[in-house]
Design a protein around this ligand. Structure first.
Ligand SMILES: [Mg+2]
Ligand SMILES: [Zn+2]
Length: 168
């Protein structure tokens, strides 16, 4: 296995709300399971890369995050999708100082590339923000898609950035 799908969490897997750390606030976006299943069935390893500055801010704990993560992973498993690993950045620059993992930095993606021997050029990143696109570009991810922010996720409606293409 040498290609991966990197998924942002908030706004991509689940509907954007401020600081989701409770299962009852975690609403899967319409179309996300179908989208991820397509990649999973095509042999992509599935990773989640998510900024969680709410931990640095003291809004919730690592344990809260872990609980939601395990529940989320189980929901994917019920749909026949195995998430390889969830990487999160618990930092915030003004509270914990600068870090290499907070997107738009590529630290979480690079860690996955290293740990699992993933080829970035053959990989895909899907997110909803500039910071996702920038992190993906810095890590050399071949295809980056910024998805539509509302309604059903359709990759065809997203904005696609190819590696090396900095014009759009
Ligand atoms: Mg997001
Ligand atoms: Zn960090």
């Amino acid at each position: 296995m040498n290609k991966a799908l990197f998924l942002d969490r908030d706004g991509t897997i689940n509907e954007e709300k401020n600081y989701v750390y409770k299962i009852e606030d975690f609403i899967f976006r319409e179309g996300i399971f179908d989208l991820v299943k397509r990649y999973y069935d095509s042999g992509y390893a599935i990773f989640v890369v998510t900024n969680q500055s709410g931990i640095a801010r003291g809004f919730y704990t690592e344990a809260d995050f872990e609980k939601v993560t395990q529940w989320m992973s189980l929901e994917f498993r019920k749909k026949g999708i195995e998430i390889k690993r969830v990487y999160h950045c618990p930092h915030h620059p003004e509270i914990t100082g600068e870090c290499l993992c907070r997107k738009p930095n590529p630290g979480m993606i690079k860690q996955a590339l290293d740990e699992y021997g993933i080829n970035p050029a053959q990989s895909v990143l899907i997110g909803d923000k500039d910071s996702d696109v920038i992190a993906g570009k810095k890590a050399g991810i071949g295809t980056i898609v910024r998805i539509n922010e509302t309604g059903r996720i359709e990759i065809e409606n997203g904005t696609v950035y190819k590696s090396g293409n900095t014009t759009n």
